[in-house]
Design a protein around this ligand. Structure first.
Ligand code: TXA
Ligand code: MG
Length: 349
């Protein structure tokens, strides 16, 4: 299959491209599209054959449910049993935006889309191209992140093409994703609601609207012995090809430890990478040093992390050391993805 890549600058100037993309979805095909978080791999959420195609293109197990993307609140009642009060409150506050809510599904949503579950994940993205595309596609677009299973989520069209060229009909290129990390997922089918994946909409922000909100205990540790509630969180995700190790401790001790390791790896002729911050990056002697930005700027780290992981792959880096990102809010989302990419390999110094 030939994958067509169309650059979209301003939605109103690209009506034909958006319309063409929408027609592909209506005909049961797949289109990758930009959102404010990461690029999505879209298909018709109400067509079981489309969802099967998504799993195939991604190389993803079909028990891993997809997020249904909508453009307005009027679209919601048809795909859920009922809209919970909590859902209305959160939609008022955070939609359109980087928040996904789990609700009981209606009969309209095929089990192929929800990985066999009776619940459905719904998100209303804020990206203008995403909204125009979903509208043109009929209003319900199922989309996981547009990476091959196990690769970092793509934050730009070129990364989608690396993973999906020849596997899907079209890629809409809307430039770099503004946030760079996937949406927060909150399960509203339980009381109190539970955060299944941390993101830019933080636990604190959700608590301000709903009161009590809990966190899935498996998010930051791999030793709780529990299966994560979001089926996708159990797979080793976001993995770079090289081995990734997180080093935790006081700044200077971390730099010293990593440099000793790097020297050893050099003797073994291994190509090394480092993930650090503007404050510390100059102190590392790695083949491929990368800063995620200023240490206080968790949003910059979120935006840059997946790009950096892909750059290590492109450079053939075999071993990567990363500083740790501890803190509240968006830092938690960054650390959660980093821990998954590292397969929870953490060294305390
Ligand atoms: O920001 C995002 O959410 C991006 C953009 C494209 O919207 N999408 C995304 O999709 O990250 P994906 O498929 O890569 O991650 C969705 C996660 C998976 O871990 C999946 O298991 C979980 O959401 N999920 C989906 N439906 C669920 C459900 N009904 N119950 C529990 N978890 C669910
Ligand atoms: Mg994903």
């Amino acid at each position: 299959m030939l994958t067509k890549i169309l650059r979209i600058d301003e939605v109103h100037k690209n009506e034909t491209a958006i319309r063409e993309a929408g027609e592909i979805i209506k005909a049961g095909g797949l289109v990758a599209f930009p959102t404010e978080t990461v690029y999505g791999l879209g298909g018709d959420a109400l067509n079981p054959a489309s969802s099967r195609k998504i799993y195939e293109a991604k190389g993803r197990p079909s028990d891993n449910p997809l997020i249904v993307h909508i453009t307005d609140m009027e679209a919601l009642p048809a795909i859920v049993k009922s809209v919970p009060e909590t859902g209305k409150k959160l939609a008022d506050a955070f939609w359109p935006g980087p928040l996904t809510m789990i609700m009981e599904k209606s009969a309209l949503v095929p089990k192929e889309t929800t990985g066999g579950l009776d619940t459905v994940a719904v998100r209303m993205p804020s990206d203008a191209v995403a909204l125009a595309f979903i509208r043109a596609a009929g209003g319900y677009v199922a989309a996981p992140s547009a990476n091959r299973s196990g690769r970092p989520s793509p934050t730009r069209a070129a990364y989608v093409a690396q993973d999906m060229d020849g596997r899907i009909e079209m890629i809409l290129d809307g430039g770099d994703a503004t946030l760079g990390l996937e949406s927060t997922i909150v399960d509203l089918t339980v009381e109190p609601p539970v955060i299944l994946r941390p993101g830019f909409i933080t636990g604190e922000m959700l608590r301000q609207k709903l009161g009590r909100v809990e966190e899935d205990r498996t998010l930051f540790s791999d030793d709780s012995g529990q299966a994560p509630k979001a089926p996708g969180m159990k797979y080793r995700h976001y993995a770079p090809k090289g081995e990734l190790v997180i080093v935790k401790g006081a700044a200077e001790a971390v730099t010293d430890y990593i440099n000793v390791q790097l020297a050893g790896e050099r003797r073994n002729h291994k190509k090394t990478g480092v993930i650090a911050t503007d404050e510390t990056i100059a102190g590392y002697r790695a083949d491929v040093p990368r800063s995620v930005g200023k240490r206080v700027d968790a949003a910059a780290a979120a935006k840059g992390l997946y790009r950096i992981l892909r750059e290590f792959d492109d450079e053939g880096v075999e071993l990567i050391y990363s500083e740790s990102f501890d803190g509240e809010g968006v830092s938690q989302a960054v650390m959660n993805r980093l821990l998954k990419a590292a397969g929870h390999k953490v060294i305390n110094v």
